[in-house]
Design a binder for this molecule. Structure first.
Ligand code: CU
Length: 145
């Protein structure tokens, strides 16, 4: 039996495709213009073509003191937003959307103004996929499409 066990182990080791995986693609990353010292909001679309669910757990950028994951909602007719320290789920084969009125990245304590037409990097941390650094473009309205 020993040679057979060895062959099976070798086959598993050589076939990482068999394991559940996450394949994330971040697109349409943008942020609204905002003044230095203020807070900004960043948005993006995160697609997961892998077979395992993942989660956006944190984000950071050199332009902000810190970034929180927030969710906007309307309560008693008032627009409010709340931190979501648990992060944002990215389902297997699905998409997580950060958009105005929903989940967003709250850029707290901007170290520089966010000016229309400029870009800045944001490093997104995912529970399984690890870190990805994405350029966010500053504009007034969401990207088309
Ligand atoms: Cu917010």
């Amino acid at each position: 039996m020993k040679p057979l066990v060895f062959a099976t182990a070798l086959l598993l080791a050589a076939s990482p495709v068999l394991a559940a995986s996450t394949t994330l693609q971040v697109s349409k990353a943008w942020a609204r213009p905002a003044p230095q010292g203020g807070n900004g909001a960043g948005y993006a679309v995160i697609s997961n073509s892998g077979t395992a669910a993942d989660k956006l757990t944190a984000a950071s950028s050199p332009v902000a003191a810190r970034i929180e994951i927030h969710e906007s909602m309307v309560m008693n007719g008032q627009a409010m937003m709340h931190p979501r320290p648990g992060g944002l789920a990215v389902p297997a084969g699905g998409t997580a959307v950060l958009r105005p009125g929903g989940f967003h990245l709250m850029l707290m304590g901007l170290k520089q103004p966010l000016k229309t037409g400029e870009q800045f990097p944001v490093t997104l941390t995912f529970k399984k996929a690890g870190k990805q650094t994405i350029d966010f473009i500053v504009q007034q309205t969401p990207p088309a499409g």
